[in-house]
Design a protein around this ligand. Structure first.
Ligand SMILES: [Zn+2]
Length: 170
């Protein structure tokens, strides 16, 4: 269904950021952190993406995500990328909160969502080696994408916090 190399999209490109680094996504980037919960509502697992070797920081684990398009909200971008890269249907998830990493000329938004209907992520394009549910307690032991490794401790602490945003309809 998906071509092995999708066409270039309007937000694709590198930003020379005031922090001194280059980042992917002319309008920033966003990713989906999908959370599975037990009957008590406690977070038990999250969907992670084992990134293709050829990609930036290839071979590491992160969340499905990518460059935002012009005028695209972080939530819409995260849901679009999760559908493209992991076959995650937006009707199966419920948005919960957003966490923004703000740089001088760029931002990365982690969109946290709960699994509403059973989700079995799968590799649907060339950007992934594997997608799977990873137990929350096992995440930190994986070789993580550096930016995700930095964000994970505070994201993990907030996984069981009360909702911060209203659900957004597709
Ligand atoms: Zn920066």
């Amino acid at each position: 269904m998906e071509p092995p190399h999708r066409p270039r999209q309007p937000g694709d490109g590198w930003v020379e950021c005031g922090c001194g680094l280059r980042h992917w996504g002319l309008f920033g980037a966003a990713g989906l952190l999908l959370v599975r919960r037990d009957d008590g509502g406690r977070a038990t697992a999250v969907v992670l993406q084992h990134r293709a070797r050829w990609s930036h920081h290839g071979g590491t684990w992160g969340v499905p995500g990518g460059a935002r398009m012009p005028q695209e909200s972080a939530a819409d971008a995260a849901l679009r990328e999760a559908a493209e890269e992991a076959g995650i249907d937006r009707a199966s998830v419920r948005l919960r909160s957003e966490h923004v990493l703000q740089h001088p000329d760029w931002s990365y938004t982690t969109v946290v969502a709960d699994e509403l209907l059973p989700v079995e992520p799968s590799v649907t394009d060339a950007e992934s080696i594997e997608l799977r549910w990873v137990p929350v307690e096992d995440v930190a032991a994986l070789p993580l994408l550096p930016a995700f490794a930095d964000a994970w401790p505070s994201l993990r602490d907030r996984l069981d916090a009360p909702d911060q945003v209203e659900p957004v309809s597709p």
